[in-house]
Design a binder for this molecule. Structure first.
Ligand code: BTX
Length: 327
């Protein structure tokens, strides 16, 4: 699966010293001309590749891009992220992931794009996915579970993203049931889970993750400028996107192993420790109506339990939750 280009990036990044064209071509198993052509390609994309006579090549500057070579460089997973399809511009990575899934893509395959023109949220809503500043990706999983358990994977994905963000930026994010990740009360990540399933079993779960990474504050459209934020805005510095994706893939693979072996219970505990809404009064808006009450917790299936003022506990399968304003 690893291409010449990916090997090249990996070799030139691992080495503190220069590597000669001859040596590169021997290790990779291609001609020196092929090596040279790939290096020219990398330069066009913003890599600074130093070339010194008699010594060879070295990468000194890497662009903040999401090319598979960058993501897979040092990626410590068995499955998740081992196959990466990168596109500059797509309608929606979900749409493309569905096609790959139907065509038998391997578990763990990711589709990632620099820009989405029709990024989608839940219930037909749009997801703002401008060029170059975010992570817009879809991950294909094939767990052997019944369809009604699939929402658990949204929660698992949310925990992975929170852990990945924490590792790379040190920022502590919170999860708002079921699929939003907030920093300081503002939305920095959205997660959308879609299924290809039969009545009793899942064929594939397609987890779409949208992260505002380097979006400048003033670049958010008017309708979301007060509710959205980016990692860069919160951290005050540019974040390397490929590094973030890698961290999330690694966290997700660990959690997914735990999930397949021990079920949802351990993931539920981790989710609860990052949950923004638990124990608080919330407003729940479903397609059929509204409900006020205290968010008690989630069930083993990932269903939210809300206790209303009369003491009745409601099981909420799908809704938008509003948290009280911070005082
Ligand atoms: P959601 O329906 O919970 O959230 C959508 C709502 O969030 C919008 O109506 C808008 O108010 C707000 N919003 C839109 N864009 C942004 C943004 N960039 N940052 C913060 N708030 C925003 C959430 O749906 C699920 C989003 C999943 C996105 C990923 S990206 C990769 C994959 N491909 C794809 O088309 N969707 C997923």
């Amino acid at each position: 699966q690893t291409t010449t280009r990916e090997r090249l990036i990996s070799l030139l990044s691992d080495s503190d010293d220069y590597i000669s064209g001859q040596k590169l071509s021997e290790i990779i198993g291609c001609s020196r001309t092929a090596v040279w052509k790939h290096i020219e390609e990398l330069r066009k994309e913003g890599y600074v590749v130093e070339a010194v006579q008699k010594r060879g090549y070295r990468i000194t500057v890497r662009p903040n891009n999401l090319h598979p070579g960058e993501i897979k460089n040092h990626l410590n997973t068995e499955k998740i992220g081992q196959v990466v399809h990168f596109e500059n511009t797509v309608t929606s990575t979900q749409e493309i992931a569905h096609k790959h899934a139907l065509n038998g893509a391997e578990e763990g395959t990711i589709i990632i794009a620099d820009e989405q023109t029709v990024g989608r949220g839940r219930l037909g809503r749009a997801w703002h996915s401008p060029k170059g500043s975010g992570v817009w990706m879809s991950i294909i999983l094939r767990p052997n579970i019944p369809p009604q358990k699939a929402p658990q994977l949204t929660l698992l994905a949310a925990v992975s993203v929170v852990q990945g963000i924490e590792e790379v930026t040190g920022l502590s994010a919170q999860i708002k049931w079921p699929n939003d990740i907030l920093i300081d009360g503002k939305k920095v990540v959205g997660i959308l889970t879609e299924l290809q399933a039969e009545a009793d079993r899942v064929n594939s779960v397609i987890i779409g993750i949208g992260i505002n990474v380097n979006t400048p504050k003033e670049a958010f459209p008017k309708d979301i400028e007060t509710i959205a934020t980016s990692l860069k805005v919160e951290k005050g510095e540019e974040i390397e996107r490929a590094y973030l994706v890698r961290a999330i893939m690694e966290k997700m693979e660990k959690l997914y192993h735990i999930y397949l072996e021990h079920g949802f219970a351990p993931i539920k505990l981790m989710w609860e420790s990052s949950a923004a809404s638990l124990g608080k009064r919330v407003r729940v808006r479903t397609i059929t109506g509204e409900l006020y009450g205290k968010a008690q917790g989630i069930t083993e299936e990932g269903v939210l339990l809300v206790e209303d003022d009369e003491g009745t506990v409601h099981r909420v399968y799908s809704a938008d939750i509003e948290l009280p304003q911070k005082s």
